[in-house]
Design a protein around this ligand. Structure first.
Ligand SMILES: NC(=O)c1ccc[n+]([C@@H]2O[C@H](COP(=O)([O-])OP(=O)(O)OC[C@H]3O[C@@H](n4cnc5c(N)ncnc54)[C@H](O)[C@@H]3O)[C@@H](O)[C@H]2O)c1
Length: 374
């Protein structure tokens, strides 16, 4: 399988390459040497990823003459905390990193967000390299430059924008992902395709089954298309000031509320986002005439990608309350990205009564499917 190179050009930033292909970890050190002269790198990874891929990365860095050190954080969202970040800063000091040393994230979105934030803050900024190992991180979190940690008051409340200098998506690392993790990445791919264009969406409709089966060429193409889409959106609105980057929140308004109310970890982030996409499309039918054929086609696409409708509902008033508490809320208004159709979206601020009415219908539609229901 050939390697794909995508160049991300952001106004005012150093452009960087995203490389997508199999077996890229072995050449990582050489790739880094093409722009870096420091000869020192710190690898941040987690306890699941380290036994699988750290040796290959270290070997490659060593072969390219790097002095390396490593930090392993416990796998999971709980590590995305200020306490863990403080330990990382201390370890960076112990490792003797200088202003030009590389900080390399080897792992999923948690490691990427932590390493990016550490790179943005330690010594007021070190170069950052992303080596994503989950599908979600390859298609979404490794491109765009958002980095940060959670507080007990909410997710991602403290952070920074930190663009990588290089992204290495070695697709062979995806072989060890669980089904749930795979579906999480597929949800973000589906989100991107719906918002992006007819071309991406109809390609994905045809590619959904091989993608769900993890067929190599299809996986690489899905990653490349998602990266191009996200890079374009970020280039147009890097700091989320123009309203364009908000399209990336498609499915996330209800998705975040579901995660918060069901309890984090009850459903995967991707499953919650997919449910949010189903809901937002139906809301779109009322808000801006989203065609029923699209709503149904999107349902079928998500089903094929292993993201079936959730057998779960909550009181619509509790969901509304959870949505009001979301950090994306502005001026107390609940905002939804709704698709007018494939490749065409708008940011809607529907009357809360309309949202509640739709939530009632959504909850009622679940009544026969809930565990234990007859
Ligand atoms: N910065 C952004 O723009 C952005 C965008 C989307 C999501 N995120 C963040 O990303 C995080 C979610 O990312 P995620 O889903 O990758 O979660 P994650 O990093 O927690 O990874 C999920 C699990 O998979 C394991 N894992 C990673 N790679 C593996 C591999 N190749 N084989 C086997 N197991 C592997 C991890 O150890 C972890 O247990 C959230 O914290 C979210 O806020 C950030």
């Amino acid at each position: 399988m050939a390697t794909t190179k995508i160049i991300v050009n952001l106004p005012g930033e150093i452009s960087y390459d995203v490389r997508i292909g199999e077996g890229l970890l072995e050449g990582l050190g050489t790739q880094l040497r093409s722009f870096d002269t420091s000869g020192q790198a710190l690898v941040l990874t987690d306890t699941n990823v380290a036994p699988l891929y750290l040796a290959r990365v270290k070997e490659s860095l060593k072969a390219a003459g790097y002095k390396t050190s490593e930090i392993r954080i416990p796998a999971g969202e709980e590590s995305k905390s200020l306490e863990c970040m403080a330990e990382i800063w201390e370890a960076m000091a112990q490792a003797g990193l200088g202003r030009d040393s590389l900080v390399l994230a080897l792992g999923g979105g948690v490691v990427g967000d932590m390493a990016g934030f550490a790179a943005a803050t330690y010594l007021r900024g070190l170069p950052f390299v992303a080596v994503p190992t989950t599908l979600l991180a390859m298609v979404d979190s490794s491109v765009g430059g958002k980095a940060g940690v959670n507080l007990s008051a909410g997710k991602n409340l403290v952070g920074a924008f930190k663009q990588p200098r290089y992204v290495c998506a070695s697709t062979d690392t995806l072989a060890s992902l669980s089904e749930a993790q795979w579906a999480c990445g597929c949800a973000e791919i589906a989100k991107s395709a719906v918002i992006c264009s007819d071309e991406f969406y109809f390609w994905l409709e045809g590619a959904a089954s091989p993608l769900a089966r993890r067929e190599g060429e299809t996986v690489a193409q899905a990653i490349a298309r998602s990266v191009v889409f996200k890079a374009d959106v970020v280039a147009a609105d890097e700091f989320e000031e123009k309203g364009l980057r908000e399209c990336l929140n498609y499915g996330h308004t209800l998705g975040h509320a579901i995660e918060a109310l069901a309890g984090y970890g009850t459903f995967s982030h991707g499953a919650a986002v997919a449910e949010g996409m189903r809901f937002a499309a139906r809301l779109g039918a009322a808000v801006c005439g989203t065609p029923l054929e699209f709503v149904e086609a999107q349902d079928a696409l998500l089903d094929t990608l292993g993201l079936p409708a959730l057998p779960w509902a909550a009181d619509p008033r509790d969901l509304l309350e959870a949505m009001r508490k979301d950090k994306k809320v502005r001026g107390g208004e609940i905002r939804f990205v709704v698709p007018r159709d494939v490749g065409d979206w708008e940011l809607a601020v529907p009357d809360p009564a309309l949202v509640e009415e739709h939530l009632q219908a959504w909850a009622a539609s679940k009544a026969g499917n809930m565990p234990g229901a007859c």
